[in-house]
Design a protein around this ligand. Structure first.
Ligand SMILES: Cc1cc2nc3c(=O)[nH]c(=O)nc-3n(C[C@H](O)[C@H](O)[C@H](O)COP(=O)(O)OP(=O)(O)OC[C@H]3O[C@@H](n4cnc5c(N)ncnc54)[C@H](O)[C@@H]3O)c2cc1C
Length: 497
């Protein structure tokens, strides 16, 4: 490791690698500091499905991203359109209009360009299969998420590391950023620790892209609130909030939803942190097609409020709030084809039965008398006069029960029946530090801190309460790219001044 680089990027996920690629492209000597060992590199980004939410005006925008698909394949697909205005609106509504509109606007408008840019470096993309269904002779997509990286999160991050190294970025594993070096005129580098020895790594500019604080049990309880210490971590163990703390110590403004996070329904018996071989398959996103009950045998959410991509990120909180922090998802054979691979892994906590009575007996830790009543009342409340259609919000709901189900409400009556036990799995935290449009970190007076940039999960102010699925990787690519570009320019100016 040299003792100076134009740009030092802290982190080894999608946001960091996007920043490093961009800094290098803009002429900066660039180092990436990743605290994980090589075999665990890539942060939460490597655990993802690699799904990017991007705006597109029509099929030609998607053809530009996936030129490998044949004409025959395109003819069989119906992607519709998802203009930037709709992506912006989805961020605005899921965040209850608290999102920083300037940042959300950049995210939406630059989403397609950011993917075209990654593609120009060699990233292979393909259609995201999970939110599509056969309608007539075409496969139709719904919910605004249509594209994923080849090989999922590992494919994405392996590609990004290879592209960065090919471009001349130097990558250092098992190297922790411990502090920022502050001097006249802003941030001047990072104190790094490797093999228990510390070194001052000086830089023209620093990009922090080292995640939120979801893996820090103490911070979860402190900021998200009681009970959050009990959540399982879906991704890597390294996102401890170190980057956020370093930035705040250097004068950064904290912002956003510090008591909020992305958290989902996750297998009840999943390990405490993510497992790279399983990746995101502990997720259980099929609940819009079934019902969810708690230990008291009662339903507690409107399972069909919207497509899962607009509700899953807040469901973990609802499950965590239940007695014992768990729930069971129940399905019958009518919807079996609609619940994904994640329900078929051998590690899934599952019971199956040929009758409802048998299923109830097999479901552990639940009030069985109440559960039987809940299923009876739910089945009786289903509006049987409407048509089931998983590709639209079909309005097939319930009538006359306390917690309604608004769409896709089929009665549980066709054997075999299945139930899956879930708990809360935390994905990432929403609170962080404030950046401006150049991804430059700002202080309490909204003045840019010279030489300090940030991107990815650790940026606050974009997501609140909830989240449109697939926006995290897009945010990292868009703001990582901006951060790297501006950090390189700033470092060049510093060199000559
Ligand atoms: C199971 C799962 C599935 C998901 N699926 C999707 C999906 O399909 N689409 C989507 O958009 N989002 C998805 N997400 C969310 C997505 O992972 C995040 O939004 C995104 O990856 C964040 O990228 P990042 O680069 O900011 O953070 P990360 O990818 O987590 O990278 C942070 C990096 O910082 C490093 N680091 C931390 N502290 C230090 C330190 N002190 N010094 C040096 N390095 C440090 C870590 O080792 C890591 O490499 C998923 C998340 C999980 C957990």
């Amino acid at each position: 490791m040299k003792d100076f680089y134009d740009v030092v990027v802290v982190g080894g996920g999608n946001a960091a690698l996007s920043a490093a690629l961009s800094a290098r492209e803009n002429g900066a000597s660039t180092a990436v500091i990743e605290c994980a060992p090589l075999e665990e590199r890539g942060g939460n980004s490597s655990y993802t499905a690699g799904a990017f939410r991007i705006a597109y005006d029509g099929v030609s925008d998607l053809k530009a991203l996936m030129p490998e698909l044949s004409d025959q394949e395109w003819e069989g697909y119906d992607f519709g359109a998802y203009p930037a205005r709709e992506l912006f609106d989805d961020i605005a509504t899921t965040t209850q209009y608290r999102t920083d509109p300037a940042l959300a606007d950049i995210l939406a408008r630059e989403s397609h360009a950011a993917l075209m840019w990654l593609k120009s470096k060699g990233l292979r993309l393909l259609p995201y299969g999970r939110q599509s269904a056969k309608v007539g002779n075409k496969r139709k997509w719904f919910g605004g998420l249509v594209i994923e990286a080849l090989g999922g999160g590992i494919g994405l991050t392996d590609f990004e590391f290879q592209a960065a190294e090919k471009a001349g970025v130097e990558v250092f594993y098992r190297t922790f950023a411990r502090d920022l070096i502050k001097g006249d005129g802003g941030v001047r580098g990072v104190v790094v620790e490797r093999d228990a020895s510390r070194q001052d790594l000086r830089a023209g500019a620093v990009v922090l892209a080292c995640g939120g604080f979801e893996a820090n049990t103490e911070w979860r309880a402190r900021y998200l609130g009681p009970g959050w210490d009990l959540a399982k971590v879906r991704g890597c163990r390294y996102n401890q909030g170190a980057g956020i703390r370093m930035a705040i110590d250097a004068g950064a403004q904290s912002t956003g939803n510090w008591s909020g996070c992305h958290a989902i329904s996750w297998d009840r018996n999943a390990p405490p942190y993510g497992e790279r071989t399983i990746g995101e398959l502990f997720s259980k996103h099929g609940y819009p097609f079934g019902i969810v009950v708690n230990a008291e045998g009662k339903r507690f959410i409107d399972e069909g409020a919207d497509f899962y991509l607009y509700t899953y990120a807040k469901n973990g909180r609802a499950v965590l709030a239940q007695p014992g922090q768990f729930a069971w998802q129940l399905f019958d054979a009518q919807v079996r084809h609609l619940i994904h691979d994640e329900y078929r892994i051998k590690q899934a906590t599952r019971v199956t039965a040929d009758s409802i009575e048998e299923l109830i007996q097999k479901i552990e830790d639940v009030d069985k008398t109440q559960l039987a009543r809940t299923i009876r009342e739910y089945n009786a409340a289903v509006m049987r006069d409407r048509k089931f259609d998983p590709t639209v919000k079909d309005g097939l709901g319930t009538r006359g029960i306390e917690i309604p189900k608004s769409n896709w409400a089929l009665p549980l009556e066709v054997p075999p029946f299945e139930a899956f036990a879930v708990t809360c799995g935390i994905t990432f935290t929403y609170g962080g530090i404030k950046i401006n449009a150049d991804a430059n970190v700002v202080d309490i007076d909204d003045r840019p801190i010279p030489g300090l940039y940030a991107a990815g999960e650790m940026v606050g102010g974009i997501f609140y309460f909830n989240y449109p699925g697939g926006s995290g990787l897009t945010s990292g690519a868009v703001f990582g790219r901006r951060a790297g570009r501006d950090a390189a320019r700033f470092a060049a100016q510093r060199r000559t001044s």
